[in-house]
Design a protein around this ligand. Structure first.
Ligand code: KG4
Ligand code: ZN
Length: 340
């Protein structure tokens, strides 16, 4: 049994996953209510809350799995990227457990974790496949040759897709976290009422959301106090612009890689309109769409355990010296980068 801990942003997560890839428990203590008063995640507030929630989250994950700490034979933890203070709480907790129980510890890249969620039961998606990773902090187009060989073929030039949803929602006066709220408001809106400009038409593997966000700002300003009845139409039109761009890039990714499976992971993969449009892209490309339940799309610790399934882990001095990192090698290496 693997015990995994994930604290890269504002959710305190712990999970128990069997070596057979079956999730025995996956606990997610959300800090949304705490941060909504500030309209976004406050790093220092998140770290302090992780300190309070980390041990109870581990205890709950073990209890829900019906597993004793003595039955755990490997510990996994998100090493980065993310908020450094938040990550350090998870890393310190995992190190303490590994030391006390004399267990190997597997440090995990958060982005590899999002992709590895696809390995878990019942989906058990086999590589190779093309993957769209869309979360609050990242938007990447990845060719997954193997789970330990990810090739980044494209990404965003500015905001991540989830960040665009969150900022758009904030402009529309919706509470944090904005993505799901914006989707809910858009449900009653007319997505064709406010066309947004198409971006980067000649760069099919790159994304950019800054222009869409600015267009929304100007539309709201132009509508002034009259914006109120048009808010749902604006939300629907904005969502259509963001999702439309993701769908066109997903289509380019399939063409570029020649893969016959498209997977979508990260928090934004929970978006219903995105799921529908990607189904259309796959139907047109003759590819299969691989989707996860929303609980495995958003940040969770089961995906961190999924990376550790075939890794030995570190111990001794290496374990003692393990540190967190704020930026991912996947991202730092940029487009064309590879992580294994
Ligand atoms: O993967 P995740 O939980 O955390 C990061 O690693 O960033 O993704 C969170 C992001 C947030 O920006 C949130 O607004 C967005 O995913 N999100 C959504 C939806 N659910 C979550 N965006 C659009 N529609 C949704 N239904
Ligand atoms: Zn994430």
């Amino acid at each position: 049994m693997i015990l995994a801990i994930e604290t890269s942003c504002d959710d305190t997560c712990a999970a128990v996953v069997g070596h057979d890839g079956v999730i025995r428990s996956s606990v997610r203590s959300s800090q949304d209510a705490l941060h909504s008063a500030f309209g976004g995640v406050v790093p220092e507030v998140a770290s302090r809350r992780h300190l309070e929630l980390a041990v109870p989250a581990v205890e709950r994950a073990l209890a829900e799995a019906g597993v004793a700490l003595a039955q755990i034979d490997r510990v996994a933890v998100t090493q980065g990227p993310g908020l450094i203070g938040a990550l350090l709480v998870g890393v310190a907790t995992a190190k303490a457990i590994a030391f006390a129980r004399k267990l190997p510890l597997v440090p995990v890249d958060h982005l590899s974790g999002h992709v590895a969620a696809l390995r878990l039961a019942p989906l058990r998606l086999a590589a190779p496949f093309a993957c769209l990773l869309v979360s609050g902090g990242h938007s990447l187009l990845i060719d997954v040759e193997r789970y330990d060989r990810l090739h980044v073929l494209g990404g965003t030039l500015d905001d991540a897709a989830g960040e665009a949803f969150d900022k758009g929602a904030r402009l529309l006066g919706l509470p944090f976290p904005g993505g799901p709220q914006l989707e809910a408001l858009a449900r009653s809106g007319d997505a064709t009422r406010f066309p947004f400009p198409e971006v980067l038409r000649d760069r099919p593997l790159e994304l950019s959301f800054a222009g869409v966000k600015t267009s929304l700002l100007y539309r709201l300003r132009d509508l002034g106090v009259g914006a109120e009845p048009a808010r749902a139409d604006l939300a629907a039109s904005f969502q259509a612009a963001v999702v439309g761009q993701l769908a066109s890039r997903a289509s380019s990714l399939l063409a570029e890689t020649g893969r016959d499976v498209l997977a979508v992971v990260g928090g934004v993969a929970a978006n219903g309109r995105l799921r529908d449009e990607l189904a259309g892209v796959c139907a047109r490309s003759g590819a299969r769409l691989a989707l996860l339940p929303p609980s495995l799309c958003v940040d969770n610790a089961a995906m961190i355990a999924a990376v550790a399934l075939d890794r030995e882990g570190i111990s001794g001095r290496e374990l003692a010296e393990l540190d967190a990192f704020a930026r991912s090698p996947l991202r730092a290496r940029g487009i064309g980068g590879q992580v294994s």
